[in-house]
Design a binder for this molecule. Structure first.
Ligand code: SAH
Ligand code: SF4
Length: 349
């Protein structure tokens, strides 16, 4: 039996791995089908064949931060900025509901126009629709997180991006890993379902640091883990970077499933950007969530985190139908409930 097989057998039984074992899986070049198969089996056993759809609303591309990799960074002059008013966001959420989504995810740059008060308006409006609500608005104070939670937000998605301090500092001028961690701790304390994740293939990121990232997800027992390849954006300082590969991102995702058997793990848009079948393959390698875009019109194109983003000319209705077809084609079903982790039901739903 190969070392890889032995590691996988133990991981499937115990959902534990040492750092060196994770590095061995990442470095391995021959038996990846075995890793993906084990991750798929664990996904099936713990979270079943249901796929949770989360309707993604990208409501502002205005950002005060300057993350080196991101097209929304404040120094990027090469992008037309937009923001939707609270009423327009609620309207999109109502449409998402009409397409059958049970959860909407509100995502934006760190846009200071969106004060607590404006966000409360949006949150109340969306909760009145009876939807589960995930926020992904970046770093805020504990008081802000508390106010959103009290207004009814259920989940918060904040990728750690990398746990490697050196890499983190290089990519995030004026930000700190310590504050990112503080945010995640506050979110957990406040009773959110907490989502995090990373980009795979960042400049300076090693297999060791990816292994640390995976162990970090386990250590904080993340309820959701979103990961995708880093895709260099020509409008950013990292335009000439090598970028991540679909294959490595998929492996990091599959290993994450080994360690967190009942977490929600999305098949991400960035994966499909690098591989036409990316989300389908991810759903068969450990993922159980998809986040179709419900943003409308030109805003889809303007929310340009990275180039080549898929579906920028499609309508929300088309995306819903398209993803439904992909899920049916692999004999999976679309969940008809809000899809909290392990069926946990938070409060009002
Ligand atoms: N401002 C919020 C949410 C928007 S950014 C925040 O930063 O949390 C959402 C995610 O897009 C980021 O967490 C990052 O992981 C991803 N992203 C940004 N630029 C990217 C790029 N060039 N390639 C791949 N993913 C990218
Ligand atoms: Fe802003 Fe988020 Fe992009 Fe950083 S990753 S520049 S915080 S939108």
């Amino acid at each position: 039996m190969s070392d890889i097989t032995e590691i996988l057998i133990r991981a499937e039984r115990l959902h534990q791995l040492e750092k060196a074992e994770i590095v061995a899986l990442l470095a391995n070049r021959v038996d990846d089908a075995e890793l993906f198969g084990v991750a798929d089996r664990i996904r099936q056993r713990y979270v079943g064949d249901e796929v949770h759809l989360r309707g993604l609303i990208e409501f502002s591309n205005i950002c005060k931060q300057n993350c080196l990799y991101c097209g929304l960074r404040r120094d990027n002059q090469d992008i037309k900025r937009y923001r939707l008013e609270p009423e327009a966001v609620i309207e999109l959420a109502a449409k998402a509901k009409s397409y059958g989504y049970k959860t909407v995810v509100l995502q934006s740059g760190e846009d200071v126009y969106y004060t607590v008060e404006r966000l409360q308006t949006v949150i109340y409006g969306i909760k009145d629709l009876g939807l589960a609500l995930t926020l992904s608005l970046g770093e805020k104070t504990r008081e802000e997180y508390r106010a959103y939670r009290e207004a009814g937000a259920d989940r918060y998605l904040l990728r750690i991006e990398t746990t490697d301090r050196q890499v983190y500092d290089q990519l995030h001028p004026g930000m700190s890993l310590a504050n990112r961690l503080r945010c995640l701790r506050d979110l957990r304390d406040l009773g959110y379902e907490v989502g995090t994740g990373i980009m795979v293939g960042l400049p300076g990121q090693s297999q060791e640091s990816l292994a640390e990232d995976i162990l970090f997800f386990k250590a904080i027992d993340a309820d959701m883990i979103g990961l995708g390849p880093f895709i260099p954006n020509p409008a950013t300082p990292l335009r000439a970077a090598a970028g991540g590969t679909f294959e490595l991102a998929l492996k990091v995702m599959a290993i994450t499933r080994l360690l967190l058997p009942d977490s929600n793990i999305p098949a991400t848009t960035a994966m499909e950007t690098l591989n036409k079948q990316g989300r389908t393959i991810a759903l068969q390698s450990g993922a159980n969530v998809v986040m179709p875009n419900v943003t409308e019109g030109e805003y889809r194109q303007l929310y340009m985190l990275y180039p080549g983003k898929i579906c920028i000319n499609d309508t929300p209705a088309h995306c819903r139908q398209c993803i439904g077809g992909k899920i049916a084609a692999i004999n999976r079903t679309i969940a008809q409930h809000a899809g909290f982790r392990s069926g946990k039901n938070l409060g009002q739903l």
